[in-house]
Design a protein around this ligand. Sequence first.
Ligand SMILES: [Fe+2]
Length: 323
Amino acid sequence: MSVSPLLKVRDVAYPRLQVPDLDRMESYLMDFGLARAERRDKVLFMRGAGAAPYVHVIHEGDPAFLGFAFEADCREDLDRLAATPGFTPVEALDAPGGGVRTTVVDPIGLTVEIVFGIAPVAARDGLQPRPLNMGDAFQRIGAAQRIKAGPSRIKRFGHLALNVPDPAAALAWYQARFGLIASDRVNLAPGMPVAIFARCDRGADPADHHSILLASHMASGGVSGLNHLSWEVGDMDDLQAGREHLAAKGRAHEWGVGRHLLGSQIFDYWRDPWGHIHEHWTDGDQFDASIPAGDHSIDIGAVSQWGPNMPASFGRTLPPQTA
Ligand SMILES: [Fe+2]
């Protein structure tokens, strides 16, 4: 059923949100663990601790999720896309690190950018793995573990989740253009998925279990659009220390800490002042392209292996009570 894609994207790069107050958003995102990369009149670029010059783009205007970017392997991929109906001509990216892009509008009206050539920057801090004493592997002998209080160290933008009318049709659209492949499907009945976790096809190289989750909008009152945005943090201590920092700042917590079932990430979800859900996660599954998709009945039940139950509010943009 799958067709040969126009290209195989390497990863997701950043989302684009729109909110009416960039100062307020910057303050929230600093508590979340991001740092200002560049601020312009009507747009804010925020970065993590990794080599990407920015991992979140916020425009000024009425609250909205505008779209997101995939990263391509080479410029030729963009030229090929740009010659395909629906894609814009290749143009320079007016953003830190430069690069080029072409764009296309997806079936629910989001602008999907395909980017290449964004120049990396020096990492803000090392994100070196902390040595752990776990199981039979003791990595830290003769030294104490000391975790600095403060926001999470964010490694990268990791994935996004969308609410869509038909997850199978949405995956077919993304597969045909960008080569995404299913990792796990949750099925209402055989062949009727209500959620599909899809990853980038990197051949023999491993990829995150999902770069995009396509969820039926039945669970979001029939409203399509953003479910959540997700950034990978350095490790479990980053997630927990970052959680305490966000709580101390009075930010709106949504769900966590827990460990997901499909994808296995340890997760924690927060809402920005306009209700967009931002996730911290760590320790997710890595699959190469040879791993076949898993099919699960909706009776699979818990979406977590441990942690609190998913709140009814999860998966849609709702202004939090504390905003
Ligand atoms: Fe997620």
